[in-house]
Design a protein around this ligand. Structure first.
Ligand code: HEC
Length: 104
């Protein structure tokens, strides 16, 4: 009996961990597929893109002061030369934004 409970706990933990990992990966995968070309792999655009489109670095104070909701709105509605990014669910946008915010 105790053994059954223990293996159920282990199983539940394994699922919880798998969930956390796939969540992180999907934000990273979305970012790499849909954002990285302009914002750079480390959140820092290459000099050409920065100059051409006005993309700021993730470390820029003007970017850092934005909330998650404000960033999600940028992805949905666009901003200046960034066009709205189509075909992503709210959850995908949020995880990509969280991944972007985690870049330093
Ligand atoms: C075609 C290039 C391009 C792509 C692709 C792109 N962006 Fe942007 N992004 C921009 C530009 C240009 C701005 C506006 C910069 C400005 O004028 O302040 C911007 C602005 C932002 C901002 C507001 C902060 C800022 O820099 O002003 C966030 C947050 C952001 N982008 C996140 C994302 C995310 C997340 C994705 C992917 C889902 C994405 N972007 C895809 C070009 C792009």
């Amino acid at each position: 009996m105790t053994k059954t409970i223990r293996s159920q706990v282990v199983l539940a933990l394994a699922f919880a961990m798998a969930g956390a990992v796939s969540f992180a990966q999907s934000g990273e995968a979305t970012y790499k597929a849909r954002c990285q070309s302009c914002h750079g792999s480390a959140g820092i655009p290459n000099a050409g893109i920065a100059k051409l489109l006005g993309v700021k670095s993730v470390t820029d104070p003007a970017v850092k002061k934005l909330t998650v909701e404000e960033m999600m709105a940028v992805v949905k509605n666009g901003k200046n030369k960034m066009k709205p990014i189509k075909g992503l669910s709210d959850a995908e946008i949020k995880s990509a934004v969280l991944y972007y915010r985690g870049l330093k």
